[in-house]
Ligand binder design. Structure first.
Ligand code: PDD
Length: 291
């Protein structure tokens, strides 16, 4: 029998089709909220502490008091994942400033709306990984606080769609000649067997997968740097990768219609993916993380 999918909304677990939010919710009206996407492997939440720490930082940035402690989150999310069948899932959680008459000013004494839901997490098709994806570069027309994981994603959506419209898989933003990130991913460049990703700052999301890739690179003697990547560097790269919690590490083999390096996924990507999958496998079987 098909299990009814449950979501967590404001303290209750409900069937997804019965979980409703007011039209006056500030998330709906203003995009006034933040979110997280947390992968879950073998029923265990991956890099949970890091995701919750980023969530805390985001809540501070938009001035919402944390509605749940880390312990409570862990409990809620584990229950959610278990009730939706365990295994590999992607957990989405979102906090908005809550329901109030429409007014730009923060409402007084409004309770945040807290939602968590989960969906099966499918690995990327192996044919896609074998070929890599194509990407386009676009002027970064977003705001100056891209480090906040805001639910207001209109620029990211428009950028991704612009990529899809020309048959590419992702758009990579470039601000004043410097690469920032993808529409929903962080960017890595490989040149001469060294990997580089832009440093953290206001123009990109501090990706959890990005940090893990850097950590695993260091542990595996792969030379890595956090430094500015100019668009010309990207165009001259041997390899380009995109990272995110749902796509892990994806090779980009075409940029703006031209081959990246040899035009196929590169050797350092293959090595890093193996290291990443090994780490994930250890985590999946034990549910613990070496930190
Ligand atoms: N997005 N940059 C942007 C703009 C993103 O939206 C994401 C992820 C990342 C990668 O971050 P992380 O490694 O922590 O997933 C970088 C998620 C997956 C999403 O919006 O669905």
């Amino acid at each position: 029998m098909q299990r009814t999918k449950l979501v967590y909304l404001n303290g209750e677990f409900l069937p997804a089709d019965q979980a409703t939010v007011s039209v006056l919710d500030r998330g709906f009206i203003f995009g006034d909220g933040v979110y997280e996407v947390i992968p879950c492997y073998g029923g265990y939440l991956f890099r949970l502490r890091e995701h919750l720490e980023r969530l805390d930082a985001n809540l501070v940035a938009i001035r919402i008091a944390p509605p749940l402690s880390h312990e409570k989150w862990q409990h809620v999310l584990q229950e959610l994942v278990a009730s939706n069948g365990g295994g590999d899932q992607s957990v989405y959680l979102q906090i908005t400033r809550g329901v109030a008459p429409r007014d730009h000013a923060f409402p007084a004494r409004t309770k945040p709306t807290v939602l968590a839901m989960s969906n099966p997490l499918q690995p990327l098709p192996s044919e896609l990984l074998a070929k890599g994806i194509s990407a386009i570069t676009l002027d970064d027309f977003r705001w100056q606080q891209c480090n906040i994981k805001a639910i207001a994603l209109l620029p990211n959506i428009l950028a991704r769609q612009q990529a899809l419209d020309v048959g590419a898989g992702e758009a990579i933003f470039v601000r004043d000649g410097a690469v920032t990130e993808g529409a929903a991913s962080n960017v890595f460049l490989v040149k001469n067997r060294e990997i580089t990703t832009p440093p953290k700052g206001p123009y990109l999301l501090p990706g959890i997968t990005r940090d893990l890739v850097l950590e695993l690179a260091a542990e595996n003697q792969i030379r890595n740097h956090e430094s500015t990547i100019r668009l010309d560097d990207l165009e001259q790269g041997d390899e380009i990768w995109l990272t995110s919690s749902t796509k892990e590490i994806v090779p980009v083999t075409q940029l703006n219609g031209k081959p990246v390096g040899a035009g196929r996924p590169g050797p350092l990507w293959a090595r890093m993916l193996t290291v990443f999958q090994d780490y994930k496998q250890r985590f999946r079987s034990g549910g613990y993380e070496a930190s």
